[in-house]
Design a protein around this ligand. Sequence first.
Ligand code: 5RP
Length: 252
Amino acid sequence: MGDKGDKIALDEAKKMAAYAAVDQWITEDTKVVGIGSGSTIVYAVERLAQRVWKEGQLGDMICVPTSFQSRLLILDHNLNLGDLDRNPFIDVCIDGADEVDSQMVLIKGGGGCLMQEKIVASCAKTFIIVADYTKKSLRLGEQWCKGIPIEVSPMAHVPVKLKIEALFGGEAELRMAFRKAGPIVTDNGNFLLDWKFVAKREYDWDEVNRVITLLPGVLETGLFVNMAIKSYFGMADGTVKVQNKSLPADCQ
Ligand SMILES: O=C(CO)[C@H](O)[C@H](O)COP(=O)(O)O
């Protein structure tokens, strides 16, 4: 429990999850690590840097970023910066998530970095999620109400919005910037739609992801299906809960 026996601060929960995942998955044999984006990953990089600079471990480890933010984090902590040109094979990628359902389907991209995050995760042997307890759900939409982010080419945002709404219902909204006039522009120069799907409808997320990805003008979706194998959640009671991806019956 937290000091007062009540819920621990969300930041403490993020930190516990991130430290546990780094300590469990990053070893002297880990040569290349994918570094996700967001507020939880800050603690993962902090822990990696402690191990490199205070504990004298992991000296040769290379970090591949998933956004401008994570590139800066790697540089600020004096870790070795890599890229997919030189490091296309990643041992472990650690990232945050906006929501994780019971089948380990993820919503990502709340921070707008979904495209590079998915590319880097797809190059990793092992993809691990770190999050606080507010991200853990039985079904998508239970906790995260801001919709599924979809990165689109600026010229296609209207037709893509209309097609998604016609195909799957709900509403896809162009994400507007704060302290900048007009829409958010991603690290890749694109726009974002936040698709507020119909929470009560049963969706096959694998199918939805495939169909939306094939719409002309869509660069990537924030639906990560069959990618993560473990999620570390910092819980309100001060513990870390580990969720494993359940394997299909024919793989068990
Ligand atoms: O997908 C992301 C950014 O595009 C983040 O990983 C996600 O938004 C979670 O962020 P946080 O750790 O701040 O809760």
